[in-house]
Design a protein around this ligand. Structure first.
Ligand SMILES: [Zn+2]
Ligand SMILES: [Zn+2]
Length: 322
């Protein structure tokens, strides 16, 4: 066992599971229900992650079979990976937002690679050889996306009864299209998934035709009204300064928007070219893909608000300040 489970409060435990990335772990949470337990997020679909989860459950004294419900804050691989295996083993009910189900199903059905991804990267100006390397770097991740059949498809209006209180769902799209947080008003505890993280800014999950950054800003405002005193994030340590996080994160994206508009003043550029303006160090293919998507989220946001214009050129999208 790499980590010991942490009893956060009465009826909620945090379990830290390993990730083979720069981001070295993901936190999943065990919540005691009136009958059995609910697992909030599942960890990556690896043997190491499964071994760690079962060892920590053993340490808490809860057999895997006692998991009755699995709740997904969102369907990124580090949160959904083990879901299929755990569902098969436990027969638990699965809960996720409709937009997450759509996204997961679309990726799972596109077997080898999502066809739209090539097109998006090409339009963003990424050279063909780099697109190939980006796809290669995702091969290992793709097996985490398998079709799942939820027992309850959520809208974000629901509540979940725990043994010691009630969790309210809070719809917080932006990082992913149907991201959900869980809030216990009684103890002012927020299970924040990847929407609120203390030490990193969650990346914006841009998707074609979606104003992901605009949605993320709205989700920051939505979460800021909660008087949370204890934030249980999907990565990193438990912390309390929700308002500080919201201010800092909005400031980060405001600054990035300003930087992009500045870089596009009088000079049309692709999203790919903007990556080197914004990131000083060269990025590995895996990270370059996230950087391009991050830039696309900001471009989409600025374009919808009339701050930049799009110009097509030889199959690429070029952007320029209005
Ligand atoms: Zn995520
Ligand atoms: Zn995550």
């Amino acid at each position: 066992m790499l980590n010991k489970p942490v009893a956060v409060m009465d009826g909620i435990w945090q379990m830290r599971l390993p990730l083979p990335f720069e981001l070295d772990h993901v936190n999943v949470y065990l919540v005691e229900l009136r009958d059995g337990y609910m697992l909030v997020d599942c960890g990556l679909g690896t043997e190491e992650s499964y071994g760690e989860l079962t060892a920590q459950l053993g340490e808490i004294g809860v057999p895997v079979s006692a998991i009755r419900e699995i709740f997904l804050t969102h369907t990124h691989p580090d949160h959904v990976g083990l879901a299929k295996r755990l569902l098969d083993e436990t027969g638990a009910g699965l809960h996720m937002h409709a937009a997450e189900l759509d996204q997961l199903t679309r990726i799972a059905r596109s077997a080898d690679k999502p066809l739209w991804l090539d097109e998006v990267l090409h339009r963003a100006g990424v050279p063909a050889d780099l697109i190939e390397r980006i796809e290669g770097s995702f091969d290992r991740i793709r097996r985490n996306f398998v079709e799942l059949i939820p027992h309850r498809v959520l809208t974000g209006e629901e509540t979940i009864e725990m043994r010691s209180g009630v969790l309210e769902l809070v719809l917080t799209p932006g990082h992913s299209p149907g991201h959900l947080c869980l809030y216990d008003r009684g103890t002012r505890t927020l299970l924040s998934g990847d929407h609120v993280l203390q030490w990193i800014t969650p990346n914006i999950g841009w998707l074609p035709e979606r104003d992901a950054l605009g949605e993320f800003y709205e989700s920051l405002d939505r979460i800021a009204v909660y008087e949370a005193e204890r934030i249980l994030p999907g990565h990193g340590k438990i912390f309390s300064d929700l308002k500080g996080y919201v201010t800092k994160t909005k400031g980060h994206h405001d600054a990035r928007c300003a930087q992009i508009v500045e870089a596009l003043r009088g000079q049309a550029k692709t999203a790919h070219a903007l990556v080197s303006d914004l990131w000083a160090r060269p990025l590995a293919p895996f990270h370059h893909r996230f950087a391009v998507f991050e830039v696309l989220a900001h471009l989409e946001y600025l374009w919808r608000r009339g701050e930049i214009r799009r110009e097509g050129d030889g199959g690429w999208d070029l952007w320029i300040a209005s």
